[in-house]
Design a binder for this molecule. Structure first.
Ligand code: M6R
Length: 614
């Protein structure tokens, strides 16, 4: 997620923009820039790195202009660099744009604009927007009615994807036009002018009365007033929201901790990770950088990763073997690197790492490449070592994750690996186009299903309350459910310090069942699947020994209440996608127990967000 700020008023814009960008930097950014109206023109300054770098450079200029926009970037298209930093400008440099989101059709728009003579200076998707607005503005000016607001509306009508946009134009001094679709934009009128930001935190010093733009709406900020318009350009009365948050609450978007905020971002992560992947009915992962022939040749897959990322790999194994029928091994990187795995030129190694800098995963990547494997990275951090050292990379669209325990980045990994599994199956002729389309649609539906789970926390809270004083817990499941239970147990132990273990449910009677006694918590993934009946048998065995059963079950399954003490219902999904939905209540469950035990859910003891040592 990138950050947008804008100001127009009676004061110098430069310090206001820098302050706003600094407020947004807690999300972690790789480059920043501002565009400030000065005299007749627009001055643009970008810097790679932190906002402090930008501030240092700007101190030499000390612009007096009172209208400007700024941006901190978390790279999605194009590596972090000065050229790719926002704002981006039109050919004539008289229009400047900052953008959050992803323009899905940017390649075709760019080709079209280049044919008409536009020159591009970055690799970003955003730059097409500046050129589209430039064309629309010229057309309107030629017709005798130059209008920035109208030009922004013309341009966004051509764009497919998600955007929060703020735009300035040298010919309309003091005006900022903003609009949005699936990416937040907040506007507010302060004592000294109008403010815009992608996040309330950047403007709460100026005003506590804000307007959260709805999709398709526009706002035109002038120094003394702000006007609002609907999609059709009709003037509208805005809904003003008063916020009482302090700075800390604002950083967390009003959530009590980052973990909860990030859990609630997961529907967006699913949507962003899927955006632009299905083109004319075919799945596309250009970043794989492999020809269809190369993909067709793959006859063995290793997924290497650590911790939560390893659990995403366990889920992927089920999918790759199930759909593409390619033998797949999942291995913790610290083991893989010290043994002698069988690798041939037709082996694909998939390295999964949220941070992109986990030492063991990196070492395993290097080792696999030396042995001749193609390595494909899945990471959340653009330009990270995992990305740089892999032959191809998919970036999960989780955006910066601040809580140490991975939640949204895990879901981003699972969705990315699901796409990879579908891609392999498609390339090897194991899934037909119609099947891929259907699967993709159902995968996209999980965003809404996760929203449903997030809006229904009562059963999760009740189960957590019942388990909070336990000294140990078992997570069990079969198939997909077994992979999910490993992640559920890790989440619980790392943030609540309650000992938890996961077992394939069928393994219970081979040892762990000896642990069970009155009230011992057994958390079972018991969603409807081909192995549902088997899981129920395991629940009965556990209950007969006094275990307290918490079941994650499919909506509509009331019979499960006969076998469990606490039931958390989740929407029905195809078994292949059940890991996506079943993981979410387990994240909330772990958090609720951790809070009940007085733990800091964002910064658990002894852990670090990235593990760069062996
Ligand atoms: O950055 P990575 O995905 O490579 O990190 C791997 C593990 O260190 C990480 O998943 C860890 O297990 C987290 N604490 C999980 O919440």
């Amino acid at each position: 997620m990138c950050g947008i700020v804008g100001y127009t008023g009676s004061q110098a814009a430069q310090p206001i923009l820098v302050e706003g960008l600094t407020r947004l930097e807690y999300r972690g950014y790789d480059s920043a820039g501002v565009a400030i109206q000065n005299g007749d023109g627009i001055d643009v300054v970008h810097r790679k790195g932190k906002v402090a770098e930008l501030a240092h450079t700007l101190a030499h200029f000390d612009y007096e202009g009172t209208c400007g926009i700024g941006h901190t970037r978390w790279a999605t298209h194009g590596k972090p660099s000065e050229a790719n930093a926002h704002p981006h400008t039109s050919c004539a440099g008289d229009i400047a744009v900052v953008h959050n989101g992803i323009i899905e059709n940017f390649m075709e728009l760019r080709e079209e604009l280049e044919v008409r003579g536009h020159r591009f200076t970055s690799d970003t998707d955003t730059e097409v927007v500046a050129h589209l607005i430039e064309e629309a503005y010229r057309e309107r000016a030629a017709a005798g009615a130059p209008d920035l607001l109208g030009a922004v509306a013309d341009a966004t009508a051509r764009v497919v994807g998600a955007y929060g946009l703020a735009v300035i134009c040298a010919n309309e001094p003091g005006t900022i036009v903003v609009t949005r679709k699936d990416s937040p934009i907040v506007v507010g009128q302060g004592a000294h002018g109008g403010y815009v930001a992608s996040d309330i935190i950047a403007l709460i010093d100026a005003t506590r009365d804000v307007v959260v733009l709805a999709d398709g709406q526009f706002a035109k900020l002038r120094p003394e007033s702000i006007a609002y318009f609907d999609e059709a350009g009709r003037s509208i009365e805005p809904t003003v929201t008063h916020v009482d948050w302090d700075l800390d609450m604002a950083e967390k978007g009003g959530y009590p901790d980052f973990m909860l905020k990030e859990i609630h971002e997961q529907p967006r992560v699913i949507r962003d990770t899927l955006a632009g992947r299905l083109v004319n009915g075919a799945l596309t992962i250009d970043e794989l950088d492999m020809t269809p022939e190369e993909l067709d040749l793959i006859d063995r897959v290793y997924v290497i990763a650590c911790g939560t990322s390893y659990h995403a790999g366990l889920i992927a194994k089920n999918l790759i073997e199930g759909w593409a029928r390619i033998p797949t091994e999942v291995e913790v990187a610290s083991e893989f690197r010290y043994r002698n795995p069988i690798i041939t030129p037709s082996t694909l190694v998939v390295a999964v790492s949220q941070s992109g800098e986990t030492a063991d995963t990196l070492a395993a990547i290097r080792d696999a490449r030396v042995k001749g494997a193609k390595v494909f990275g899945i990471t959340n951090v653009v330009g990270s070592p995992v990305a740089r050292e892999s032959d191809g990379v998919i970036y999960t669209k989780a955006n910066k994750e601040i809580a140490v325990a991975s939640t949204k980045s895990f879901l981003g990994q699972v969705v990315s690996l699901t796409l990879l599994a579908m891609m392999l199956a498609q390339s090897q002729g194991k899934l037909r186009t119609a099947e891929v389309k259907l699967l993709f649609r159902e995968l996209a539906d999980t965003a809404e299903q996760v929203e449903t789970i997030l809006s229904n926390e009562a059963a999760i809270e009740a189960a957590a309350e019942a388990c909070k004083d336990a000294t140990s817990a078992l997570f069990i499941g079969r198939g997909m459910g077994s992979a999910v239970s490993y992640e559920g147990a890790l989440k619980l132990k790392e943030i609540s310090y309650l000992h938890a273990e996961a077992y394939a449910a069928g393994e219970m009677k081979h040892g762990p069942i000896a642990l069970l006694e009155e009230g011992f918590p057994v958390i079972a993934i018991a969603t409807k699947s081909p192995v549902y009946d088997k899981v129920i048998s395991n629940l009965q065995e556990s209950r007969a020994r006094g275990a307290m059963i918490v079941a994650i079950a499919t909506e509509g399954d009331e019979d499960i209440c006969n076998h469990a003490d606490h039931v958390i219902h989740i929407p029905p999904v195809r078994d292949a996608f059940s890991a996506i939905t079943a993981s979410v209540p387990l994240q909330l469950f772990a958090r609720a127990i951790a809070l009940a035990r007085g733990c800091d859910v964002d910064q658990p003891r002894n852990l670090a967000k990235s593990v760069t040592v062996e």
